[in-house]
Unconditional design. Structure first.
Lengths: 141, 122
């Protein structure tokens, strides 16, 4: 069975997140991901979209983010989040120190850690002006 | 009040008082847009002079890193004032997120509203 992909392009702003979440959930249905994976899927999409909203484009000139899903095999969903903003590989950020007590904990820095932990596969590439971050989720734990 | 944009992203916060603590009963989903509602609500309580806040997260189905930022910000603010910020009734994905990020240890997390409110009174 050929693997077809579906893409959605939205403006990279927080109010676009709802549409992207609904779109990717269609991919989860096609991949037959169980219900207990949907929370992780929503969170992965949320963190990656918000990352583009925050870092990719200048504040006064928001750009687009393109989200593409495909089902490479039954029970497997692959999602790519792509933007044409400044080159940024979120996977190279220093991991947060999770042992710090409250007063020493920075307010931010947890989004990418969640992505790295929840995604079953994760890859970044910079290609012809695009940041492309791809994650995979599987029905198998 | 539910978000007018997308009911799926709505956060509901009910405020009540238990003993000398303000209890915020939080339900729905906490993401970038709704996290500020929660932080504003806490800051409103703090501005009124309250320094003991408990947040019941039993009805919270989802929290993103933006929600975690607001929890950390409120906790730091209250700690600096010599107050307390306690979370309770975490479950499901929210509990998993707290475990992944080490916040079960960094924040004051309890199993029940009762244990959160009674802490320090024994």
């Amino acid at each position: 069975m050929p693997c077809t992909s579906q893409s959605l392009t939205v403006t990279a702003k927080p109010s676009s997140l709802g549409a992207v979440t609904e779109f990717v959930r269609q991919g989860a249905l096609q991949a037959n991901l169980p219900d207990d994976r949907i929370g992780a899927l929503d969170l992965l999409v949320d963190e990656l979209i918000m990352n583009v909203c925050t870092h990719a484009y200048p504040d006064d000139r928001p750009g687009d983010v393109m989200v593409t899903y495909s089902v490479p095999a039954p029970g497997e969903l692959s999602v790519e989040v792509a933007d044409r903003g400044i080159e940024f590989n979120p996977l190279t950020a220093d991991p947060p120190d999770l042992t710090l007590r409250l007063e020493a904990r920075p307010i931010g820095g947890l989004g990418i850690h969640l992505v790295k932990t929840l995604a079953q596969s994760l890859a970044y590439r910079r290609e012809q002006g695009w940041n492309r971050l791809t994650f995979g989720l599987s029905a198998r734990s | 009040m539910a978000s007018p944009h997308n009911g799926k992203n709505s956060l509901n916060i009910e405020r009540t008082q238990v003993s000398d603590q303000v209890l915020l009963i939080v339900s729905g989903r906490m993401d970038a847009e709704s996290a500020t509602e929660f932080q504003d609500k806490c800051e409103e309580c703090i501005a009124e002079g309250h320094t003991g806040l408990v947040a019941d997260l039993g009805g919270l189905a989802y929290v993103s890193s933006m929600g975690l930022r607001s929890f950390l910000a409120v906790a730091k603010t209250l700690q600096a004032k010599g107050g307390t910020f306690r979370l309770c009734c975490l479950k499901g994905l929210v509990k998993q997120v707290f475990e992944i990020t080490g916040l079960m240890q960094a924040l004051s997390v309890y199993d029940s509203v009762e244990s959160a409110v009674l802490e320090g009174k024994r």
